[in-house]
Design a protein around this ligand. Structure first.
Ligand code: SF4
Length: 321
């Protein structure tokens, strides 16, 4: 398969009065065309920061890419001029966020907002804007005759659909979705997920889905990367990870409560202890203070990544086995 996005050894820090927070620490992964990657982990693992770094939307001054590369179709996005990046954002790569309210303009009709996205990226010669807005709304399951309505006239789930319509307006090749259903209640979550799945099938969009919801991963993802303290501790196919071929003690803990891929258990199971403070990360394996298999070596030596086929694990214990 053709690789669309390749993130190599990415590290990101946030500098504040409190010190340097190491949010992302040498993350490497790739997404092929038409593939959906689930980026899973607890809050504070560095998932959103990774997404924002790819889009080059880190908070100015505070957030900084320390090292690494983000290749999109072979071109390093981190080295593109801002103008070229702006061009790419929204047209080739789009991102949707947890909270649709923050994206929508309350005093503009949804038609106007979708048109703005279309206009920003198109030479609109010969394109019928009206028709395109209608088609996008239909695609996300909203009656086109509601296009003159304002955001507040829609429910939370509908607002997220509108945001998805805006993200899809320019037919992006890659969609980064950051907790797209977290702010929605359960039945609406299911609808939005069905929509995401359908779009993936119909449009063939590649996706990176940032989530702590394993139900989402099981339903729409092909591969999974498990993130802990700014590192990927395990990566593999959804099948491998859900069918018990998972090896990292952290993954084991997260997925432990889930008997199989069709299970109703959606949330990550809690593991004793807390995610380490990025201002003061542990030495060696960052999971060692919470790991029941921790040895002396784990406390001082950072575990290298081991590859077994397409599967990757960063754990001393796995290597020994
Ligand atoms: Fe646990 Fe050691 Fe593996 Fe880290 S390297 S997950 S501490 S066994």
């Amino acid at each position: 398969a053709e690789t669309l996005l390749e993130v190599k050894d990415l590290s990101v820090v946030y500098t504040s009065e409190e010190g340097i927070a190491r949010a992302v620490n040498g993350i490497t992964f790739s997404i092929d065309r038409r593939q959906t990657l689930g980026f899973v982990g607890e809050t504070g693992a560095g998932k959103t920061t990774t997404g924002l770094s790819i889009m080059r939307l880190l908070p100015e001054k505070a957030g900084q890419v320390e090292k690494g590369q983000v290749f999109y179709r072979g071109e390093d996005l981190l080295r593109l001029p801002e103008s070229a990046m702006r061009e790419l954002r929204g047209s080739r790569i789009a991102m949707i966020f947890q909270d649709p309210i923050s994206v929508l303009n309350p005093v503009m009709t949804i038609e106007r907002q979708i048109k703005e996205v279309l206009e920003a990226h198109d030479d609109h010669s010969g394109t019928n804007m009206e028709q395109r807005v209608d088609n996008l709304l239909k695609l996300v399951g909203i009656q086109p005759d509601r296009k003159k309505d304002y955001p507040h006239q829609f429910s939370g789930g509908m607002k997220q659909r509108i945001v998805i319509a805006m993200a899809l307006a320019c037919d992006p090749e890659l969609l980064i979705a950051d907790e797209p259903t977290t702010a929605l209640d359960v039945t609406i979550q299911a609808q939005v997920l069905d929509l995401v799945e359908e779009l993936k099938e119909r449009l063939g969009t590649s996706m990176m889905i940032i989530t702590h919801d394993l139900g989402i991963v099981a339903q729409v993802c092909d591969t999974v990367a498990v993130v802990y303290a700014g590192e990927i501790v395990e990566q593999g196919t959804v099948r491998d990870i859900f069918e018990g071929r998972r090896h990292h003690p952290y993954t084991e803990g997260l997925f432990g409560a889930i008997p199989d891929i069709k299970s109703e258990a959606r949330r990550l199971s809690p593991i004793e202890g807390a995610m380490p403070d990025p201002l003061d990360l542990p030495t060696g394996c960052k999971f060692h203070p919470r790991c029941r298999y921790c040895t002396e070596r784990c406390k001082t030596v950072h575990p290298p990544v081991c590859r077994v086929g397409t599967h990757e694990i960063a754990c001393h214990r796995f290597k020994e086995e």
